[in-house]
Design a protein. Structure first.
Length: 389
């Protein structure tokens, strides 16, 4: 394996380690979605009661059902769904639905996102459940979560009502938020709605509980949660410029502490880290040797634009290293993956990106093969009897 250090590639620049964030949350996860960088973890993979933050899973599956369409077993935004006695019986945060209601799917979505309606979740769940029960839908939630890579999540209901076995890790919640934003951009603006006065029947429950909306820090979602067991939590996201940060906090002691901690997390993530470009797609970073080709070398270039997140203050070099196993044997096609660039950034996770051939290299003709054979023979003779055997 041949390793070329990036000091020769003009990729080194001085950065400083960002000050660590000492969160009061029982568990926390902070993720820079734009660059794919995990900035903070604390008990990130521990399954914990998620309270209403788990409503995001119900919403994700509802969005999937809407995209499938009613004709394919899904939902329609203007479709009206019945309210069962089971859904009506939920306490806590509700839309105050009763069994005489038939509610549009779009209103149920807003009721879940803005009003945190436990009853609205149950209505959606029973409509999509294979057996018509909320528990049947909860089993579907667990299966779908596993498919999405959420390996520390199990669901016993659709809304986070305290129940044995209803658990999620904060990393899973962060992954779920990332998927909602990426997979359903057409519905994501719902999460920034600050008021929803459904039917005028719940004047004390019309306001989005997300404490960051309207603060001017780019916050635009996603979901709060609170039970006595879970404490106060928030799955949040904020966008400033081209960067988006997703964060999850769980186990805080009060709504005020949740608001303060969440705003502090957002400020820390944007002020302590900045995005730096290391080159556009096609930037040539090194040359690698080629055997038996019409050319004796091939350029290694970035396959895609590369930008990374780096601390803005502190004292550690950010450096790149080209890694490949060579020499390569012709033929080589332009765009073939031949190696990778390893970027190290102090305490932040390392970044590995593919490097591809900048040009095609065709096999050499007769004289190239004769010359290569002669060089090989000469090398064996010069090596001596012991080394040449």
């Amino acid at each position: 394996m041949i390793r070329i250090f990036a000091a020769c590639l003009a990729l080194i620049f001085l950065a400083l380690p960002a000050a660590a964030f000492d969160t009061k949350a029982k568990a926390a996860y902070v993720f820079d979605q734009t660059t794919g960088t995990v900035l903070l973890t604390k008990n990130a993979d521990t399954p914990l009661p998620p309270a209403s933050m788990s409503k995001l899973m119900t919403l994700y599956m509802a969005f999937e059902a809407i995209e499938r369409g009613k004709q394919n077993g899904g939902l329609d935004l203007v479709e009206k769904l019945p309210v069962s006695s089971h859904a009506m019986a939920y306490g806590g945060s509700t839309m105050f639905l009763d069994t005489t209601d038939r509610v549009k799917v779009e209103d149920l979505l807003r009721g879940i996102i803005v009003l945190s309606g436990n009853d609205a979740c149950a209505v959606i769940a029973e409509a999509l459940s294979p057996d018509g029960t909320e528990y049947g839908f909860a089993r579907m939630m667990t299966q779908r979560a596993q498919q999405l890579g959420m390996t520390n999540s199990t669901f016993a209901n659709s809304n986070g009502w305290p129940q044995a076995g209803h658990l999620m890790s904060v990393r899973d919640l962060g992954l779920l938020a990332t998927r909602i934003i990426a997979d359903f951009p057409q519905y994501y603006p719902l999460f920034s709605e600050r008021k929803f006065a459904f039917d005028g029947r719940a004047p004390k429950n019309t306001t989005n509980r997300n404490p960051l909306l309207g603060l001017g820090i780019g916050a635009d979602g996603l979901k709060t949660g609170h039970t006595n067991e879970a404490g106060y939590g928030l799955v949040g996201s904020a966008k400033q410029g081209d960067r988006r940060v997703i964060f999850v906090l769980s186990g805080l002691g009060s709504s005020a502490e949740r608001a303060q901690e969440a705003e502090a997390i957002v400020n820390w993530a944007f002020r302590q880290f900045s995005q730096k470009s290391l080159g556009a797609a096609g930037k040539r970073l090194a040359d690698a040797p080629v055997a038996m080709g019409v050319s004796d070398s091939v350029g290694l270039e970035l396959q895609d634009d590369l930008s990374v997140l780096v601390p803005v203050s502190g004292g550690a070099d950010v450096k790149g290293e080209v890694i490949y196993t060579g020499p390569f044997h012709a033929p080589i096609a332009k765009g073939d993956v031949l190696g990778e660039l390893l970027v190290q950034r102090g305490d932040l996770p390392e970044v590995r990106v593919p490097l591809v051939a900048s040009d095609a290299v065709e096999p050499g003709g007769f004289m190239v093969k004769v010359t290569a054979a002669a060089r090989h023979l000469l090398a064996r003779l010069n090596a001596g009897p012991q080394d040449a055997s």
